[in-house]
Design a protein around this ligand. Structure first.
Ligand SMILES: [Zn+2]
Length: 335
């Protein structure tokens, strides 16, 4: 494929992915079809190669600095050995996903770091990646009776991976709803403190996970504020500052995403995550919008062979991805 054709395919796929992220109605974060979008399919969709694969080109290319390149923000939902839909992933598949990311020079950061344009933790030659988890289901995080993280949870897998690869930190952004990880009572602040102390981000996914478009402005603010209050009560030093839209749907008044309140709780968000789509522009690019961060879907449903999942994008990123320079985070954003 010529370079020009490859670029056209990349852009066409990006356009298609925006639509694909909105078309699915089968999962917990599925959004309704956007009426004014005409679905476009990629010009030449490549067969999925599974998370354990690495293209020879990707493996051999030297890491030339490129701080206007794109960044994958990966969207995960349930981690479960029993996959029943496209929002599920097995622990084994997640381990393989981490193997590929590490092998190809990715370095985990939080959504908060991305939207604040602080990539100072990313070593030269590495590419930032954001690992996000929506819906705070039990397979993402659990502590056993001794206070140890359950190994087959997302956090358990990340910690074990960090032990093997200390330069791949166990950092992720968890988007919580009420009863995070299926916990109640004192187990909630215990879990949230653990994750915060481990360097993970506690993000807002609203209290009840409603379709915000169907809510009044006051109701939407209440949904965001109640969840913010839960996190702030557990970890006063780390109020949530980013939000993942439930179902990927915006409220009618988008201003409530940036700031608002309910009762005695005021909140502020510096970033908003969308559902699906494709890679995120560099935070130093003029196209970067911290209040509309696109994400890449991750799934092991049907062997992870769905369209436009992580492998699809990672196969295409070597020429377009962000690669940190030695003076990383000293870049003046485009205006
Ligand atoms: Zn959700």
């Amino acid at each position: 494929m010529s370079g020009q054709l490859a670029r056209r395919t990349f852009l066409a796929a990006a356009a298609a992915a925006v639509v694909a992220g909105c078309n699915d109605t089968s999962g917990p974060d599925a959004a309704p079809v956007v009426a004014d979008h005409t679905p476009i399919r990629p010009a030449a969709p490549a067969p999925s190669s599974g998370p354990a694969s690495t293209s020879p080109a990707a493996a051999s290319r030297p890491p030339t600095p490129s701080e206007l390149g794109v960044i994958p923000v990966l969207m995960h939902h349930r981690l479960t050995p029993n996959v029943s839909g496209e929002y599920d992933m097995t622990p084994a598949f997640f381990r393989a996903e981490l193997e590929r990311l590490q092998r190809e020079g990715y370095h985990p950061i939080r959504t908060l770091d991305l939207v604040r344009r602080d990539l100072s933790t990313v070593p030269a030659g590495k590419t930032p990646v954001v690992l996000t988890f929506d819906d705070s289901t039990p397979g993402q995080f659990a502590l056993d009776k001794s206070g140890r993280v359950v190994p087959d949870t997302a956090m358990g897998i990340l910690l074990a991976f960090q032990t093997r690869f200390p330069d791949f930190p166990a950092v992720a952004s968890f988007y919580l709803n009420k009863s995070p990880f299926g916990l109640t009572g004192a187990d909630v602040p215990r879990a949230l403190k653990y994750l915060n102390d481990a360097g993970c981000e506690l993000g807002n996914h609203t209290w009840d996970h409603p379709n915000l478009r169907h809510q009044t402005t006051a109701q939407a603010e209440n949904e965001i504020a109640r969840l913010a209050a839960m996190i702030t009560s557990a970890v006063p030093a780390a109020p949530p500052r980013t939000l993942a839209l439930p179902l990927g749907v915006h409220p009618r008044d988008r201003r409530v995403l940036a700031s608002g309140g309910h009762g005695s709780t005021a909140y502020r968000n510096d970033g908003v995550l969308l559902v699906g789509a494709g890679p995120c522009p560099s935070p130093y690019s003029r196209t970067f919008d911290p209040m509309a961060v696109p994400r890449i879907r991750c799934s092991s449903y049907q062997g992870g062979r769905g369209d436009l999942l992580m492998d699809y994008w990672l196969d295409r990123l070597p020429r377009q991805k962000f690669v940190a320079a030695s003076n990383n985070s000293k870049v003046v954003p485009q205006t």
